[in-house]
Design a protein around this ligand. Sequence first.
Ligand code: ATP
Length: 926
Amino acid sequence: MERLESDDREATVTSWHSASLDGVFDRLETDEDGLTADEAERRRDEYGRNVIRRGESVSPLSLFVAQFQDFLVYLLVLAALLSLGVGLLPGEEPNYVDATLITLILVANGVFGFVQDYRAEQSMAALRKLSSPDATVLRDGEKVTVDASAVVPGDVVFLEQGDAVPADARLLSATNLETDEAALTGESTSVSKEPGTTDPDAPLAERTNMVYMNTNAVKGRGTAVVVETGMDTEVGGIATQLREAEDTETPFQREVDRLGRRIGYGVVALVFLVTLIQLSFTSAGPITILLTGITLAVAAVPEGLPAVVTLTLALGSRKLLDRNALVRRLPVVESLGSVDTIVTDKTGTLTESRMTVRRLSFGGATYEVTGTGLEPDGEFRRDGEAVDPDRLAPLLRCGAVCNDAERAPDSEDEEYYGDPTEVAVLVAAAKAGLDGDHERLREIPFSSERKRMTVVADEGCGLPGAADAPTAYVKGAPETVLERCDRIVADGEVRELTDERRQAVLDENRAFAGDALRVLGFACRTVEDADADADAIENDLVFLGLQGMLDPPRSEVREAVADCRRAGIRVVMVTGDNLATATAIGEDIGFDPEGAMTGAEVAELSDAELAEAVRSVEIFARVEPEHKVTILRAIQENGHRVAMTGDGVNDAPALRNADVGVAMGVRGTDVAKQASDVVLQDDNFVTIRDAIAEGRGIFDNVRKFVNYLLSANAGEVLVVFVGVLVGAVLFPRAFASRSEALVLTPVMLLWVNLVTDGLPALALGADPKADDVLDRSPRGDDEPVIDTRMMVSILTIGALMTVTGLALFFFGLSRTRDLVVAQSLLFTFLVTIEMVRIQSIRSRYDQEFFSNRWLVGAILVTLALQLLVLYTPLHVFFDVVPLSPRGWTWIGVAFLAFLVADALVSRLYDRTVADDRRPGSPRHED
Ligand code: ATP
């Protein structure tokens, strides 16, 4: 902004905060009515998109290059070059073939790595884009919602409690507006904002007439004209200093990295031994020995593993998005699988949030309201007889005036903006021909703590004896409103609110709530001074009556709650609504009403009592946001992992503290969304169940390929190591005659590593979730990706592959006395057994062979490639021979031996550990 000051054109104007409003409008060539859509479009071209660029984005090229920036790859290239170089020495033959093949295989490996990384990167970018907030702006004089990135200087924006401020803007109007500027100034208390001008020297924190990008409106509402966007904003100026908030390294990845390093050390030791044996027992030259060692290292170290973990999580987050759950932080995909308690709101999450006022209580009588949905057609009936709506006017008018919802202008179908509770009240008034269009003198906004709101309007309430003067209209939770009344409308008169009458109202409230109605109380009073203290205005009120609205449970919610229970997940309802309504609806959905308690009761309990209560209580009513945190903590301290829902500004702490914070995409405020890990795009509880199921499926997939890759690598390395050992002892002559003196040449090893780690591993990430994911109990928090079972499985599989593979090799060698034939046999056996191995791992998760067509394709391609190597002239380069039918028979026998041994070992292992097997683990956890 100050950029302009130094500009000669604008020498006279000071900064945006100290200029006069007209000056600001002039500079921006705009006014209170904002911009036209065309002008906004033009400015977007001029100023660019309203986004903060953080750091350099990774170009595909650098991502590709990064694939080769690996110590092992450097070593391998060096060794290949050396083998060429040595060939130039007199008496040696340069090994072009090996060098070329190694390079080609390395490039292919790099391409796979690149594809994995690139897709992961793309998915992450798409997710970031999806989670960017919306902004409400004036365009062509109409209020429209646009993506925040489309806001331009000169736009007039609307801010409401819970909204993220889309750009730096100068305030035009404000009602109790407060913003949280911690992200910008570090100051954690919210700042009161109002229009006006501030001192030119005022520091950022004192510019109370400005609102800034990356801060949030936490209270009230306002309008403002955008002065700076994107990198020109205050936060844009410090963007380079901002740390990327997302922690992209997930616990899995850390675990896998750690494991990779450990494997690395083991491999170095093995390589050292293999080299030693080669040196002492064979005639291999030093370059060959070096090449062998390095290749072995390349084959053994699971370099691709972290990338595949990220990719699987990113692919998983796409699946979750298809299910309407937007994942804001990648690690959450893992946490979702281990959630064992869901703490959920009621309104809108368990229920449809399509509310209709069904019953009124006014002047001592009860009325039924007919009509469906948002249509303004309906009658008011008493004892089945239609009554004149005018009789109910004070109650209905109060609801219409004290209301922030609006009917969409010129909409053909009935359409409303605003909170469904308020829409319902507005529609009820419309049925009596009333609207809320009166001049507003004052507004004391609703909050979950206050449970009421007040509007002072220049309009009398129409009660007998009331003056036609400014009147405060109050609506809110009945007991909260009633508490502030001293009079009541009874028998057509305003009377004193006696204890008896108070009790009658409370009884009526309970009766409404008992029928699962959500109940609001209404009251009013004339006020002399609309600017008086809020507490004074909301006191000595006249109680008008009750409106009870129906909010039916969502259709599949019953089933979803039952599914969660079956999956070992407790579901707890925490609602701001009253106890009777909450229990009535809760029972209907399948919650246990036993012990249901209110937020106030929770606050009374000692820590120990609370810890005990949260073990069994399934319904908490009249809960305020701070109680939510208390309840959450108590459940967590009992050792549970909790997914918690929230939508309001004050839900942010609970969302942040939950293991999985779930914000509502439709109803939720930007503040809640920013504090959450997952945003439900349809606000539906059913989506939480689906997300957890997907999360479990994704965790399974990570386990499947960690198991697959590690056991494959273990097999490859052990085969070479043990092979060299045994060969040197059993067949010294045959071994000494070949310079490699190995059961597999470096090129073969690299090939096996490429085809097994490549396509099939990639396709495994796309495996669908098992049918029974919701039939197991949740994964324990301390349960690692690679538990003892899997470790044992990896090692036994590696050992079995080695034993059967080498038996095949030495059998072939002894029968044919030809090392190349023996190597070809083992080479082919390893590639094919890996393909079988994938399916055997999958079958433990009850996956059908054909359920993942990507995998079927990957396996077929891999096998085809292997045949290509064997039966086309390519075999010359790989130094293999085409296998005869006899060779295939031997491979078949080795296969059978492997499968039988595998089955026997699993059975044996299952029997020994069956007792302490977690009930929740898949039936034959690896
Ligand atoms: P949930 O927590 O399940 O979403 P809720 O919407 O009832 O339920 P809150 O928004 O905290 O929770 O509301 C608490 C209470 O405040 C409601 O039960 C109702 O009595 C009252 N209330 C809700 N909305 C309004 C409103 N717009 N104006 C006045 N009072 C309201």
